[in-house]
Every structure is written in structure tokens, then in C-alpha cells.
Design a protein around this ligand. Structure first.
Ligand SMILES: Nc1ncnc2c1ncn2[C@@H]1O[C@H](COP(=O)(O)OP(=O)(O)OP(=O)(O)O)[C@@H](O)[C@H]1O
Length: 266
């Protein structure tokens, strides 16, 4: 069980621009923390800092109160970047087994094979086990990457838009599985999602990032409010309560007086 604490993290890719302007939040074991926000808000940058791929200008990321080195972090963290690839020369089974790398010694143990088999079964990938990964669709390859992240049995799971190229059923199945894994194995999971309804359904906490700052952080209903989403995304939304006590976000129209950050179209 590892608590992740992001404390006042500031970062810029160059000295003149600040991409993250003092980001703080906490992710608890067994919980899913969704990071949401417009394009370019700094979500992927933040995840790379938590994974210790990038070094913050100031502030810290603590794992159970400790400032771990990159090497120590790799042992407990599984990080799935936005654009990942797998060598096509591996079969699905081999690629997923490779996810066990931090646990593997000079030989593969029975336990490594068992865990790999179990995860393949859970993700209904066993039918592809012998197939080469370059013979899969984009969505199937994404499932293999998620399987790789899970077989590591991490204490902290960092996922950058893990379901954005999956179909509706696979999106739900994967997020259900991630939720179950997180709860059963008490993993602190931080996941970037663009789909606010998936965030509403699966997150325990939401961090809403806007222009490098945390605009709102807390439970789903406290973050996903129409006035907050209008301010950050420049979109009028309806928030509907559903029978299962969760909420749904319905976009209505873009607001004409929106002055927020935009991707510049040349
Ligand atoms: N390697 C880099 N060098 C310079 N600037 C970068 C680099 N990577 C990202 N940026 C800039 O940093 C800002 C934040 O990017 P980041 O990828 O963290 O945003 P994001 O919230 O994940 O966006 P999206 O939702 O579009 O994936 C953007 O303005 C982007 O152009």
C-alpha cells in the first residue's frame, strides 16, 4: 500500500514557460484518481513527473512520505504512456510476460507464467496469446499494453488515456478491471481521462487541471459542476443525476464568450 502525494509541483519544458504552476493532490491505495482537463492543460506532463521521467523545477512527489529515486520508483510504479508501442516480433504472451521484467531473474518462474495467464484471461486476450502483436488491431494492442501494466503487480498505477481508442464495451470492461485490481490489491491508481462520464463513473477523486493549475480537486460531484466545466472547457453542460446515485455530463453547446486556453490553429 503506497500513498502518492504530489506537493506543489512546478515544471516548465524551458525556463520561460511554466507548464505546471504548483500542483498538489493525494492518491490513496485502493482508489482511482482521475486527472481531467482540456488539451494542453499539463496532464501528461504531470503523470511523467509522478513516474519520475521528468524532474520538477520545484515541489516533490512522495511515495509513502519518501522521495524515491527513479530506479526505486520503477520498482513500484507501472506507467502506461499515451502513445506506447510493443515490438511486433513478440507474441501477445511474450509481450505481457515482459511486463514482469522488474520481477524476473535469469529464469521465468511458475508464478510469472501464472500471473501472465491470469491477466490474459481477465482481459479476454488468451485467444490471441500466440499471435504476434503486429497482427492485432490498435485497440487489441492497447489491451496488451494494459495487461503489461497489470502483470507487474504495481503499488502505483499511472495510466495516460488508457481507453481512448477502445470501443464502448472494452472501455467499460477495462475500467471495471482497473477498479477491481486497484481495490483488491490496494493500488493507488492515477488515470488521465478525457471522457467526463467515465471519470464520473469510475473515479473516487477527480483532479481538474486547467492551464497548469488545479482548478478543482475532490469527489466527483464536487468537481463536475456546470459552472466549473463552463469556466474550464468553455462548454455549457447539463449534469444529470442517475438512478445509481452517480452523475452524467451532457455537453449542450460551446460558450461564445469563452476566453480559456485553446490549441492554436495555424
Ligand atoms: N516535450 C515538450 N517540449 C515542449 N513543450 C511540451 C512538450 N510536451 C508537452 N509540451 C507542452 O506542454 C503543455 C502541456 O502538455 P501535456 O501533454 O502535458 O498536456 P495534456 O493536458 O496531457 O494535453 P492533451 O489532453 O492534449 O494530451 C502543452 O502546451 C504542450 O504543448
Amino acid at each position: 500500500m503506497v500513498v502518492v502525494e504530489v506537493k506543489d509541483v512546478k515544471f516548465g519544458y524551458n525556463s520561460s514557460e511554466e507548464i505546471l504552476k504548483g500542483v498538489s493532490f493525494k492518491s490513496n491505495p485502493g482508489e482511482i484518481t482521475a486527472v481531467i482537463g482540456p488539451n494542453g492543460a499539463g496532464k501528461s506532463t504531470l503523470l511523467k513527473i509522478i513516474a519520475k521521467i521528468l524532474k520538477p523545477k520545484s515541489g516533490t512527489v512522495l511515495f509513502d512520505g519518501k522521495n524515491l529515486s527513479r530506479e526505486e520508483t520503477t520498482k513500484i510504479v507501472s506507467y502506461l504512456p499515451q502513445e506506447s508501442s510493443i515490438p511486433g516480433i513478440l507474441t501477445v504472451f511474450e509481450a505481457v510476460l515482459l511486463g514482469r521484467l522488474p520481477h524476473l531473474s535469469w529464469r521465468v518462474k511458475r508464478e510469472d507464467l501464472e500471473i501472465t495467464k491470469n491477466v490474459l484471461t481477465e482481459l479476454r486476450l488468451e485467444r490471441y496469446a500466440e499471435r504476434y502483436t503486429n497482427q492485432l488491431s490498435g485497440g487489441e494492442r492497447q489491451m496488451v499494453l494494459i495487461a503489461q501494466a497489470l502483470v507487474r503487480e504495481p503499488k502505483v498505477l499511472l495510466l495516460d488515456e488508457p481507453v481512448s481508442n477502445l470501443d464502448m464495451r472494452n472501455q467499460l470492461e477495462i475500467l471495471e478491471l482497473i477498479r477491481r485490481f486497484s481495490k483488491e490489491k490496494e493500488i493507488s491508481t492515477i488515470v488521465i481521462l478525457h471522457d467526463l462520464n467515465l471519470a464520473a463513473k469510475y473515479a473516487d477523486k477527480i483532479v481538474l487541471l486547467n492551464n497548469g493549475s488545479v482548478r478543482a480537486y475532490g469527489g466527483v460531484k464536487s468537481v463536475l459542476r456546470p459552472e466549473v466545466l463552463a469556466e474550464v472547457y468553455g462548454v455549457e453542460v447539463d449534469i444529470i443525476s442517475s438512478n445509481d446515485d452517480s452523475i452524467r455530463v451532457f455537453p449542450i453547446k460551446p460558450l461564445s464568450d469563452f476566453r480559456g486556453e485553446r490549441i492554436k490553429v495555424l
